[in-house]
Write a protein that binds this ligand. Structure first.
Ligand SMILES: Cc1cc2nc3c(=O)[nH]c(=O)nc-3n(C[C@H](O)[C@H](O)[C@H](O)COP(=O)(O)OP(=O)(O)OC[C@H]3O[C@@H](n4cnc5c(N)ncnc54)[C@H](O)[C@@H]3O)c2cc1C
Length: 459
């Protein structure tokens, strides 16, 4: 007999005025692509058990998603294959339907006479647009569950926050309520048989995607790999995190962002594992500051600022100072293609871009340097914003994430930051140069490791 699943109702909200009906419950899995530690799946299980109905999980595959190339689809599809297997063990089938979700999903729900639809949460405009369309066309109830954040985004704050210091007390006030253990998903009603597994290769062939940006070796996708990486981090590198996380050579960071981005790992589960570890408090809390406060601050920005993906979204003081310096002479000027091919005069910048091209990852500290130099060497600040976002989203495995929009907006547009001493090109935006990097880490070693290049000797 399945145990009752308890979920904090503040994590759930209704997106339309329809009632639950007598049909299967469908979990529309989108952002949270995992079976364990997933509040949206758990809520769908709870609903199915209460309504006496089976559960089905549906993934809507749009022909394209914000320019994602094959590198990202490969990571996602391999993770979804694992999700499918894990769901089958629960007696649940995963169906993938191809097309624009706003159209295909209501049709699918009507065809199978769905009793209720449960969606996970994303602050991104495209996904919110899909949900609006689905909510209006559906004849059953649509629920949204924030399964990505520790504190549900809409509850953390009712407005766009200025900085980490303003959201931190709000998130910390709710931390005790929401940083809790997960129940296991259990179902009372299961179909006698499941249809054969999805034909993933056929699905993949339908995509309109840039296939020239290929999968990266060296990082295994999926729920099991995510948990294994979390374990190795918590048992080892976490004990060096506070002191060494800004050193790209130290390997002290978690490397979890691609898993978090694709929802293959729950941030809540990762935070729980970290706070319960034997690492010193300074390390545990430094990690929770990034994973919880900074990450959920990014969600807040995208949720409340509809221009999160544009230069127009940055604060007025930043726009003003950058425009006042828009005509300043640049020491170097590069086209998007030169940036993309890592063809600047700066071996350190080229090493970071090479890391991004070849591994799909740039270390967090280098990401700041990378974006700030794009501002310094682009024709206008708005062009710099677009170039940084384009490169991040095209090559970074964790791209197209609220953290990416905010990372670019922080580095180039002063979002969540404050005015600093005024200087050429940057105006009052915080400056960064390679001397700062030299003080923090062994720059020649980083360049040599990323490029295998003799350019390292220039430093
Ligand atoms: C220009 C720029 C672009 C960025 N693009 C992305 C992106 O596309 N996707 C992305 O997930 N992050 C992005 N970041 C934020 C940060 O650099 C990455 O989250 C981090 O480097 C991921 O590596 P990790 O998982 O090893 O981090 P860890 O240091 O181990 O941190 C653990 C987790 O905390 C969160 N986190 C860490 N740093 C930040 C931060 N500064 N802001 C918000 N959350 C943070 C992430 O979820 C990360 O996985 C960007 C930052 C900058 C400056």
């Amino acid at each position: 007999m399945a145990k009752a699943i308890t979920i904090d109702e503040r994590r759930v909200r209704r997106l339309n005025e329809r009632d639950d009906g007598p049909g299967p419950v469908i979990y529309w899995m989108s952002r949270d692509q995992r079976v364990r530690h997933n509040w949206a799946l758990l809520y769908a299980c709870q609903k199915a058990n209460r309504l006496g109905q089976p559960l089905e999980v549906l993934f809507t595959l749009a022909p394209a998603f914000l320019g994602a190339p094959m590198r990202h689809y490969d990571f996602m599809f391999r993770g979804l294959r694992e999700v499918e297997g894990n769901l089958r063990e629960l007696g649940v089938r995963l169906t993938v339907i191809y097309g624009e979700p706003g159209e295909t999903l209501p049709e699918y729900a009507a065809k199978w006479n769905a009793g209720a639809l449960v969606a996970d949460f994303s602050p991104l405009k495209l996904v919110r647009g899909w949900k609006q369309a689905v909510a209006s066309l559906l004849s059953c109830a649509l629920y949204e569950v924030d399964a990505h954040n520790i504190v549900p985004c809409w509850l953390a704050s009712p407005k766009q926050e200025y900085a980490a210091r303003t959201i931190r007390p709000k998130l910390n006030a709710l931390r005790g309520d929401f940083l809790t253990d997960f129940p296991e998903p259990e179902l009372r009603y299961q179909p006698d048989t499941l249809p054969p597994p999805m034909k993933w290769d056929e699905m993949e062939s339908l995509l309109q995607t840039d296939r020239s940006i290929k999968a990266v070796p060296g990082i295994e996708p999926g729920e099991a790999a995510a948990i294994a990486r979390l374990r190795s981090f918590v048992d080892g590198r976490l004990s060096r995190y506070a002191d060494e996380r800004n050193d790209p050579n130290s390997g002290a960071v978690s490397g979890l962002s691609p898993y978090l981005h694709f929802g293959q790992l729950s941030a809540q589960h990762a935070a729980l594992e970290a706070v319960r570890s034997s690492a010193a408090e300074a390390n545990r809390e430094a990690f929770v500051e990034e994973l919880f406060i900074r990450r959920e601050l990014s969600e807040n920005y995208c949720y409340y600022n509809g221009r999160y993906d544009s230069f127009d979204g940055i604060p007025e003081w930043a726009k003003k100072t950058l425009m006042e310096h828009a005509d300043d002479r640049r020491d170097a000027l590069y086209t998007p293609e030169q940036f993309e091919r890592a063809q600047t005069h700066d071996p350190l910048w080229n090493a970071a871009q090479t890391e991004l091209l070849e591994t799909g990852i740039i270390h967090g500290y280098m990401r700041m340097y990378w974006a700030k130099k794009i501002l310094e060497w682009s024709a206008t600040p708005a062009a710099a914003f677009d170039i940084a976002l384009m490169l991040n989203d095209r090559y970074a495995l964790d791209g197209r994430d609220p953290n990416g929009y905010v990372g670019v907006a922080w580095s180039i547009g002063g979002v969540h930051d404050r005015p600093w001493v005024e200087r050429q090109v940057f105006g009052k935006i915080r400056y960064m140069n390679s001397n700062g990097c030299k003080r923090k880490f062994d720059v020649p070693r980083y360049i040599a490791e990323m490029t295998g290049s003799s350019q390292a000797s220039l430093f």
